[in-house]
Ligand binder design. Structure first.
Ligand SMILES: [Mg+2]
Length: 313
């Protein structure tokens, strides 16, 4: 947003006009910015620990313009990036946005305005970025969060045998919403909204970190895949009962285990932290960590094989 366009493009707003309109739509709510849009680079007053994550969404791979409005795309791109800060227990700070605009796409300002609405909801600031022309709509969002001390942050590697496993919210709703959209349906609206307008659980992530979470991850690829990451990084076995998963309306436990894009948090906690965690964040307890390795998903008849969430190529 702060840089000059690299190419010219034929669209309703000229490139310079578009950048000016984007800059005018953004608000500084960071309290850390010394310089931002309109300069060569953003300058931020840092806290001792910077927590940085970057996400890219590509038209055709991560969304379709037939089912996602430009505003949905902007919202989702920022939500996915902020969700990673939530999973660390970080305080949200600044977002930097790079957008590749295909010829004829006129929703750039709408896209950024929806992003700005979510940023305001999350106390984040879109502090800079770039707009270029290219063959497909691509949105990359880098986010920086902050912490005063390393101990405030939670990784994937801290789960220990005996820890309890919990999740926030309900699961499977986003995938159910995606399937509705693919069929041209928009009801139940709640499921469609779960897919198009996910809410990063930033407050919940910070509260769970303070409550003594031993490990945490955001559910972007589905419990069946994301819980496995925690098990592998922590060197423990996670045992999760499918029958305990909190389900979005009309979703089966198996669908909830493999559905991606929910952006809820999965957290492990020592048993003595259960009460304080529950007091801070509504949670559903779904299993325990044990000596061993990997993820075991338990059905009524014992372990269920072959359930996997979204696996990155
Ligand atoms: Mg993540």
């Amino acid at each position: 947003v702060g840089s000059r366009p690299r190419t010219t493009a034929r669209r309703a707003l000229g490139e310079l006009e578009l950048i000016a309109a984007i800059e005018a739509a953004l608000e500084d709510r960071s309290g850390r910015l010394v310089r931002w849009t309109g300069d060569d680079a953003a300058v931020v007053r840092a806290a001792p620990f910077a927590v940085t994550s970057i996400d890219t969404m590509v038209e055709g791979s991560h969304f379709r313009l037939s089912t996602h409005s430009p505003a949905d795309v902007g919202w989702k791109a920022l939500a996915g990036a902020l969700s990673d800060l939530a999973a660390m227990g970080a305080e949200p700070g600044e977002a930097y946005v790079s957008i590749v605009l295909p010829a004829g796409f006129e929703g750039a300002l709408e896209l950024v305005e929806a992003m700005e609405t979510l940023a305001a909801d999350c106390s984040a600031t879109i502090a800079g970025g770039d707009v270029v022309s290219g063959p497909a709509l691509v949105v990359t969002v880098a986010v920086t969060g902050w912490a005063e001390s390393e101990d405030e942050l939670v990784g994937r590697d801290g789960a220990r045998p005996g820890d309890l496993i919990a999740v926030s919210g309900v699961l499977g709703g986003s995938e159910a919403g995606r399937r509705l959209l693919e069929r041209g349906e928009r009801e139940p609206a709640e499921l469609v909204a779960r897919h198009l307008r996910p809410r990063p659980r930033l407050r919940e992530g910070r509260a769970l970190a303070r409550a003594g979470a031993s490990a945490m991850i955001d559910l972007s690829d589905g419990v069946a895949t994301d819980a496995r990451h925690v098990a592998e990084r922590s060197g423990v076995e996670l045992r999760i009962e499918l029958g305990l998963l909190p389900l979005a309306a009309g979703v089966t436990p198996e669908e909830a285990a493999v559905g991606g894009d929910d952006y809820e948090l999965l957290v492990t906690l020592p048993p003595e932290r259960r009460a304080s965690a529950e007091a801070a964040v509504p949670l559903t307890w779904i299993g325990t960590a044990a000596e061993g390795s990997g993820l075991v998903l338990l059905g009524p008849q014992g372990p269920v094989e072959g359930l996997t969430g979204y696996e990155h190529a």
